[in-house]
Design a protein around this ligand. Structure first.
Ligand SMILES: [Zn+2]
Length: 132
Protein backbone atom coordinates (compact mmCIF):
# COMPACT_ATOMS: atom_id res chain seq x y z
CA UNK A 1 0.00 0.00 0.00
CA UNK A 2 0.97 3.62 -0.52
CA UNK A 3 3.38 4.60 2.29
CA UNK A 4 1.89 8.10 2.58
CA UNK A 5 -1.59 6.70 3.11
CA UNK A 6 -0.20 4.25 5.67
CA UNK A 7 1.28 7.18 7.58
CA UNK A 8 -1.96 9.19 7.31
CA UNK A 9 -4.00 6.22 8.51
CA UNK A 10 -1.73 5.83 11.53
CA UNK A 11 -2.07 9.51 12.44
CA UNK A 12 -5.87 9.35 12.13
CA UNK A 13 -6.14 6.01 13.95
CA UNK A 14 -4.22 7.42 16.90
CA UNK A 15 -6.79 10.22 17.17
CA UNK A 16 -9.90 8.15 16.45
CA UNK A 17 -11.25 7.39 19.90
CA UNK A 18 -14.75 7.86 21.17
CA UNK A 19 -14.44 10.65 23.69
CA UNK A 20 -17.19 12.29 25.65
CA UNK A 21 -16.43 15.78 26.87
CA UNK A 22 -19.68 16.16 28.79
CA UNK A 23 -23.36 15.31 28.46
CA UNK A 24 -23.61 17.43 25.28
CA UNK A 25 -20.39 16.84 23.35
CA UNK A 26 -18.61 13.81 21.93
CA UNK A 27 -15.52 14.02 19.75
CA UNK A 28 -12.93 11.91 18.02
CA UNK A 29 -15.32 9.18 16.91
CA UNK A 30 -13.94 9.98 13.45
CA UNK A 31 -10.48 11.43 12.86
CA UNK A 32 -8.91 12.62 9.62
CA UNK A 33 -5.38 13.22 8.39
CA UNK A 34 -4.30 14.92 5.20
CA UNK A 35 -1.03 15.52 3.39
CA UNK A 36 -0.34 18.75 1.53
CA UNK A 37 1.70 19.33 -1.61
CA UNK A 38 4.55 20.39 0.70
CA UNK A 39 4.46 17.00 2.40
CA UNK A 40 3.09 18.31 5.68
CA UNK A 41 0.46 16.35 7.59
CA UNK A 42 -2.49 17.93 9.37
CA UNK A 43 -5.13 16.15 11.37
CA UNK A 44 -8.45 16.75 13.03
CA UNK A 45 -11.33 15.12 14.85
CA UNK A 46 -15.08 15.22 14.42
CA UNK A 47 -17.09 16.99 17.09
CA UNK A 48 -20.78 16.30 17.60
CA UNK A 49 -23.15 17.87 20.10
CA UNK A 50 -26.36 16.26 21.27
CA UNK A 51 -28.35 18.91 19.38
CA UNK A 52 -26.43 17.94 16.18
CA UNK A 53 -24.22 21.02 16.07
CA UNK A 54 -20.76 19.91 15.04
CA UNK A 55 -18.44 19.21 12.18
CA UNK A 56 -16.56 16.44 10.47
CA UNK A 57 -12.96 15.43 11.12
CA UNK A 58 -12.01 16.60 7.63
CA UNK A 59 -13.20 20.12 8.54
CA UNK A 60 -10.94 20.35 11.56
CA UNK A 61 -7.96 18.91 9.63
CA UNK A 62 -8.54 21.53 6.91
CA UNK A 63 -8.78 24.28 9.53
CA UNK A 64 -5.43 23.16 10.91
CA UNK A 65 -3.95 23.22 7.39
CA UNK A 66 -5.29 26.72 6.66
CA UNK A 67 -4.01 27.94 10.01
CA UNK A 68 -0.55 26.91 8.83
CA UNK A 69 -0.86 28.77 5.53
CA UNK A 70 -1.48 25.80 3.23
CA UNK A 71 -4.47 24.75 1.14
CA UNK A 72 -3.38 22.17 -1.45
CA UNK A 73 -4.29 18.64 -0.37
CA UNK A 74 -2.69 15.68 -2.15
CA UNK A 75 -4.02 12.87 0.07
CA UNK A 76 -6.68 12.62 2.72
CA UNK A 77 -8.19 9.88 4.84
CA UNK A 78 -10.80 9.76 7.58
CA UNK A 79 -10.88 6.86 10.01
CA UNK A 80 -13.81 5.60 12.04
CA UNK A 81 -11.78 3.60 14.57
CA UNK A 82 -9.72 1.37 12.30
CA UNK A 83 -11.90 1.70 9.22
CA UNK A 84 -11.38 4.30 6.49
CA UNK A 85 -14.60 6.12 5.58
CA UNK A 86 -15.29 8.29 2.53
CA UNK A 87 -15.97 12.01 3.09
CA UNK A 88 -19.58 13.16 3.24
CA UNK A 89 -20.91 15.42 0.48
CA UNK A 90 -20.33 18.57 2.51
CA UNK A 91 -16.67 17.65 3.04
CA UNK A 92 -16.21 16.86 -0.64
CA UNK A 93 -17.35 20.39 -1.49
CA UNK A 94 -15.30 21.89 1.31
CA UNK A 95 -12.10 20.14 0.15
CA UNK A 96 -12.68 21.50 -3.37
CA UNK A 97 -13.53 25.03 -2.27
CA UNK A 98 -10.34 25.63 -0.30
CA UNK A 99 -8.40 24.97 -3.50
CA UNK A 100 -9.85 23.95 -6.89
CA UNK A 101 -6.70 21.87 -7.51
CA UNK A 102 -7.81 19.62 -4.66
CA UNK A 103 -10.06 17.94 -7.24
CA UNK A 104 -6.86 15.95 -7.97
CA UNK A 105 -6.42 14.95 -4.30
CA UNK A 106 -6.42 11.22 -3.60
CA UNK A 107 -9.15 10.29 -1.15
CA UNK A 108 -9.10 6.96 0.63
CA UNK A 109 -12.63 5.56 0.43
CA UNK A 110 -12.03 2.09 1.87
CA UNK A 111 -9.07 0.03 3.04
CA UNK A 112 -6.49 -0.06 0.26
CA UNK A 113 -8.61 1.94 -2.19
CA UNK A 114 -8.38 5.61 -3.08
CA UNK A 115 -9.91 7.73 -5.82
CA UNK A 116 -9.48 11.31 -6.99
CA UNK A 117 -11.84 13.84 -5.45
CA UNK A 118 -13.12 14.66 -8.96
CA UNK A 119 -14.48 11.10 -9.15
CA UNK A 120 -16.43 11.69 -5.92
CA UNK A 121 -17.64 15.12 -7.03
CA UNK A 122 -18.31 15.00 -10.77
CA UNK A 123 -20.81 17.89 -10.88
CA UNK A 124 -19.43 20.45 -8.45
CA UNK A 125 -21.25 23.78 -8.48
CA UNK A 126 -19.46 27.07 -9.08
CA UNK A 127 -20.40 30.70 -8.66
CA UNK A 128 -20.88 30.76 -12.44
CA UNK A 129 -23.87 28.46 -11.92
CA UNK A 130 -25.78 31.43 -10.51
CA UNK A 131 -24.95 33.83 -13.33
CA UNK A 132 -26.99 31.95 -15.93
ZN1 LIG B 1 -18.07 15.49 6.28
Amino acid sequence: MDEDFKKLQEVAKNLAHKNRLNEYVKYGHVAAALMTDKGNIYSGVAITCTCQIGFCAEHSAIAEMLKNGENRIVKIVAMNSNVPVPPCGRCREFIRMVNEENMEASVMIEEGKSVKLRELLPYAWTLDSFDK
